[in-house]
Design a protein around this ligand. Structure first.
Ligand code: AMP
Length: 420
C-alpha cells in the first residue's frame, strides 16, 4: 500500500520532530559536559559484524536482524544496535593510538524485526555512549551518571537503576555449571527458547519473561555469588562511585543483558509507569567485545537508551517539552505591491538572522493576522493600504498590543534590537 508506512516504523511530523531536536540538543550538551564525542557509524554493516559482536545466541542475531544480499552478493545487515559498529570503528581507525579512554556517543535509527507494540518498533532510535580503553570502575559509574543526568535534565523522577555484575570468563564457567545443575531436573518444563539456551547461554534463562520459567528459576544460583575476587572488587567500586555521584540503585541479581560480550557491570534504567516496555536504558561493561571482533583485548563500557520511550515517560509524569518558539516576526501585507515590499523585508530580516515568515497564499488581512497569532510571534509587521501610501511599516507588539509606525530602514533596526 503506497499510503501506509511499513509496520513498526514511524513518521515524526514537524511538531514532534521539534521535541526530538530538543532532546538531541540536551543529549549533546550533556555529552559535551562529560567529554564524550560523537561518532557517526553506517546504517548497514557486514552481517558478520553483528553475528560476532552481538553474539550468535542472542535474540537479535537469531531472529531480529534485517539481513539481505546486496547486488555484489555480500550479506549486509541494517544495524540492530550501535556498540558493534562503534567497536569496529575503534579497531578500523586504530583509536587505541589515541589518548585513552576514548569516549564516544552516537544517536540514530536501529532496526530489529520485533513484534511491534507500544514502545517497541522495528525502526527505533537509540542514543548510546561507549568508552573504550579503560577498565576503571569509575567509568562504569560515569556512564550511568551520564544517562541519569539526561533524564534528570528532562525533569523525570522516580527512575530506577538496576545493577548487577555478570562476572567474567574466569568466574562464569563455575556459575554456568551450577546453574545447569540446578535447572537439569526441570529442563523439560522450560519454554522452548530456554531449552535451547540451556547449553548455549544458560545465564539468559534467568532473564526469561515466561512465568513458568521464572517459577523454575526462582531459587537458582545467581552469578553474584560466584564472582571472582577481581569482579567482586570491581562491583564494590562501581557501587562506591555511584554513591559518590549521588545515584541510587538497586542490585538486581537476575539482571542479565541479552548480549554475549558483557562482563562485570550490567545495568538497566526502568520506569514502572510506562507498562510492559519499562526499560528505557540498558548497558554495561563488555571487556570481551574487541577480541570477539578479532582485535586486541580492550576494555569497554557503555549503554544505549531508547529515544521513543522517553516520550511516554514524559507524558506519564506530566512533563511537556517546550521547544523554542519558531518565529520572531510575521509579515502581514496587502496587494501585490505590499507583498513585494514584505518579501524584501523578509529577506532582509533573515539576513540579519531573524526568524521570519510571510503569507504566500494571498490571504485576507484578517486571515494573515490569524496566521501571525498561530505562529505566536512577538512582532507583526503590517503593510496595509495606508502604510503602502506612506512608505511605512506598522510594527505591532503582539504581547502588549502596542503599535508603532516606522520607515522601512528604521523597522529593520528596531526589530534587530528588539529580537536579539
Ligand atoms: P538494547 O540495545 O536491547 O540493550 O536496548 C537498549 C534500549 O533501547 C532499551 O532499553 C530500549 O529503551 C530501547 N529499545 C530496544 N529495542 C527497542 C525497540 N524495538 N523499540 C523501541 N525501543 C527499543
Amino acid at each position: 500500500m503506497l499510503t501506509t508506512r511499513p509496520r513498526g516504523t514511524n513518521d515524526f511530523l514537524p511538531q514532534e520532530t521539534e521535541k526530538w531536536q530538543l532532546i538531541e540538543k540536551i543529549l549533546r550538551e550533556i555529552c559535551e559536559e562529560f567529554d564524550y564525542h560523537e561518532i557517526r557509524i553506517p546504517i548497514f554493516e557486514h552481517t558478520e559484524l553483528f553475528q560476532r559482536g552481538v553474539g550468535e545466541t542472542t535474540d537479535i542475531v537469531e531472529k531480529e536482524m534485517y539481513t539481505f544480499m546486496d547486488r555484489g552478493k555480500r550479506s549486509i545487515t541494517l544495524r540492530p544496535e550501535g556498540t558493534a559498529s562503534t567497536a569496529r570503528a575503534y579497531l578500523e581507525h586504530k583509536m587505541s593510538a589515541l589518548p585513552q579512554p576514548v569516549k564516544l556517543y552516537y544517536m540514530g535509527p536501529m532496526f530489529r524485526y520485533e513484534r511491534p507494540q507500544a514502545g517497541r518498533y522495528r525502526q527505533f532510535h537509540q542514543f548510546g555512549v561507549e568508552v573504550f580503553g579503560s577498565s576503571d570502575p569509575g567509568v562504569d559509574a560515569e556512564v550511568i551518571a551520564l544517562a541519569m543526568a539526561f533524564y534528570q535534565r528532562l525533569g523525570l523522577t522516580g527512575l530506577e537503576v538496576r545493577l548487577n555484575s555478570v562476572g567474567c570468563p574466569k568466574c562464569r564457567p563455575a556459575h554456568r555449571q551450577a546453574l545447569q545443575q540446578f535447572l537439569k531436573q526441570d529442563l523439560e518444563q522450560l519454554c522452548p527458547d530456554c531449552q535451547g539456551r540451556y547449553d548455549r547461554n544458560p545465564l539468559r534463562i534467568l532473564d526469561c519473561k515466561n512465568p513458568q520459567c521464572q517459577k523454575i528459576t526462582a531459587g537458582a544460583p545467581t552469578i553474584l555469588h560466584s564472582l571472582c575476587p577481581e569482579c567482586v572488587d570491581h562491583f564494590a567500586a562501581v557501587k562506591e562511585y555511584l554513591g559518590m555521584a549521588g545515584i541510587q540503585y538497586q542490585v538486581d541479581e537476575r539482571l542479565v543483558r541479552g548480549l554475549d560480550y558483557y562482563t562485570k557491570t550490567a545495568f538497566e534504567v526502568v520506569v514502572q509507569e510506562i507498562g510492559a516496555q519499562s526499560a528505557i536504558c540498558g548497558g554495561g561493561r563488555y571487556d570481551g567485545l574487541m577480541e570477539s571482533l578479532g582485535g586486541p583485548p580492550t576494555p569497554g563500557v557503555g549503554f544505549a537508551l531508547g529515544m521513543e520511550r522517553i516520550f511516554p515517560t514524559l507524558a506519564t509524569q506530566g512533563i511537556e517539552l517546550n521547544p523554542e518558539k519558531m518565529l520572531d516576526v510575521y509579515l502581514v501585507a496587502m496587494e501585490e505591491e505590499g507583498q513585494k515590499k514584505a518579501f524584501q523585508l523578509l529577506m532582509d530580516l533573515r539576513k540579519m538572522g531573524i526568524k521570519a515568515e510571510k503569507d504566500y497564499m494571498n490571504r485576507s488581512m484578517k486571515a494573515q493576522m490569524k496566521a501571525a497569532n498561530r505562529f505566536q510571534v512577538k512582532y507583526v509587521l503590517i503593510i496595509g493600504a495606508d502604510e503602502l501610501a506612506k512608505g511605512t511599516v506598522m510594527i505591532r507588539n503582539m504581547e502588549t498590543s502596542e503599535q508603532k509606525e516606522m520607515m522601512v530602514a528604521d523597522t529593520l533596526n528596531f526589530i534587530e534590537k528588539a529580537v536579539k
